[in-house]
Design a protein around this ligand. Structure first.
Ligand code: AMP
Ligand code: MG
Length: 424
């Protein structure tokens, strides 16, 4: 493993359950080092490709625009004939509309009426916008001196040349990419196959929606936040329900998950010193690493592999699930799906509220980011930050990242903010 400090043991099964403390960046790096993109490639019709990942670069078979055309409604003429001073009259010899080219050639002293998107006719290289001319009679167009040769013309191939890479491999296809690929006449694209993620919740206290709650029981919400985040990332979710806190049931669920998924996610049952069957089951079936990550929420993180499937054992608390998913699982899923690596956008904002914190761990507090009337970024906390309080995420549009060494933050302090990108 890279960047290992002397004497620091690499994580392995030999760790047993002796957790080592890692920084968020170290844990992220260790996870990413063990992820390879899925292999399968499939051809998919353009509309079905939304949110999927391009497996091979899309090369343009044509120039875009395919013909030199007008950027304005106006008159096409020879730029060399524009008046340097005063004005000059041109004779109108025809019209070019989008989809209806002018088939003749523009001769000396002539111009052609042209609409936006229409091909610039032979002999012309410049368009004078209609607001800059005076019409004299039926066929005389007077142009004044404020125009430049070549203006208002979009050259063929100016956006993309034939043979250029229009969309790189690894790009997630959004609405703009669908439009770009359509503009090249490409009706099908080669995509990485969809990543499959199987997940289950652990905990004898958990009930599914539709069941009634006995004393001490709660509804399972983690399977719903995981469903939402996976689907939002274009991952195929496989919901395996609630698995009781029992050794056999946990082993069975993990084996089944590994047989059908690229990634296995569990929530709960990985804290220290509780009815904990996830870690020993993982160690029995595959490779188990248990890390104490110096972050809040989400300190205990179990990571490993069963056969070819990656494994993430997320904490049980609902907010911890969402934070650890965002910080650790999401980048791993991106790599697994073959997506190009991107760095999250971080911005500085002034705290409108104080934020309570003790030094020692990096905290991901939930906040709302907005701009004040001066256009400066301001962030407020979303109230109580307990790791069971999902409302703190629901009302947020960003994480406020308070570094390890930081204590409580006074109102007015500049803090680092990571906006959510639609996923949360
Ligand atoms: P655990 O990590 O299993 O100790 O769980 C920590 C806390 O999260 C406990 O209060 C659990 O009841 C709660 N919890 C665990 N799993 C879920 C779940 N799927 N939905 C809602 N709360 C959960
Ligand atoms: Mg539990």
């Amino acid at each position: 493993m890279k960047n290992e400090t002397p004497g620091a043991a690499a994580p392995s099964c030999a760790d047993e359950f002796e957790p080592q403390t890692l920084s968020v960046a170290e844990a992220q790096q260790r996870i990413l080092e063990s992820v390879e993109p899925v292999h399968g490639i499939e051809k998919v019709a353009l509309r079905q490709a939304l949110n999927r990942v391009l497996a091979e670069e899309a090369v343009s078979p044509i120039d875009v625009p395919s013909h030199t055309n007008s950027a304005m409604d106006g008159f096409a003429l020879k730029g060399a004939e524009l008046p340097g001073q005063a004005s000059r009259a041109f004779r109108l010899v025809g019209a070019a509309l989008a989809g209806h080219p002018f088939h003749g050639s523009v001769g000396p002293g002539e111009c052609v009426r042209i609409m936006t998107g229409a091909p610039v006719p032979d002999g012309a290289d410049t368009v004078v916008m209609q607001e800059h001319v005076h019409l004299r009679g039926d066929d005389q167009v007077e142009v004044d001196a404020r125009n430049q040769p070549g203006q208002n013309v979009r050259q063929a191939g100016e956006d993309i040349r034939r043979g250029d890479v229009a969309v790189p491999a690894g790009r997630r296809l959004g609405a703009a990419e669908l439009g770009m690929l359509a503009s090249l006449g490409l009706g099908e694209v080669k995509l990485r196959r969809k990543v499959r993620a199987a997940f289950f919740s652990t905990g004898d206290e958990l009930r599914s929606i539709g069941e009634s709650l006995a004393e001490g029981e709660i509804y399972d919400s983690n399977r719903y936040t995981l469903h939402g985040m996976l689907t939002g990332l274009g991952i195929e979710p496989i919901d395996m329900g609630v698995v009781p806190d029992q050794r056999e049931a946990t082993l069975r669920a993990l084996r089944e998950a590994a047989s059908m998924a690229d990634v296995i996610l569990t929530s709960g049952g990985v804290s220290v010193g509780e009815a904990d069957f996830v870690k020993p089951a993982l160690a029995e079936l595959g490779e188990m690493h248990f890390w104490k990550v110096s972050m809040k929420p989400g300190r205990p993180l179990t990571f490993g592999r069963i056969g070819d499937a990656l494994f993430f054992g997320l904490p049980g608390n609902p907010v911890s699930v969402m934070v650890t998913f965002y910080i650790f699982v999401q980048p791993a899923l991106h790599r697994l799906a073959g997506r190009e690596a991107t760095q999250p956008l971080l911005v500085q904002a002034r705290c409108a509220t104080g934020m309570r914190k003790r030094p020692g761990r990096t905290e991901y507090q939930r906040g709302t980011l907005r701009s004040d009337p001066n256009g400066d970024l301001v962030v407020s906390g979303t109230g109580p930050q307990g790791s069971g309080i999902l409302r703190s995420v629901s009302e947020a549009n960003c994480f406020v990242i308070l570094p390890l060494e930081s204590g409580s933050v006074e109102p007015g302090t500049l803090v680092t903010v990571m906006p959510f990108y639609g996923l949360l």
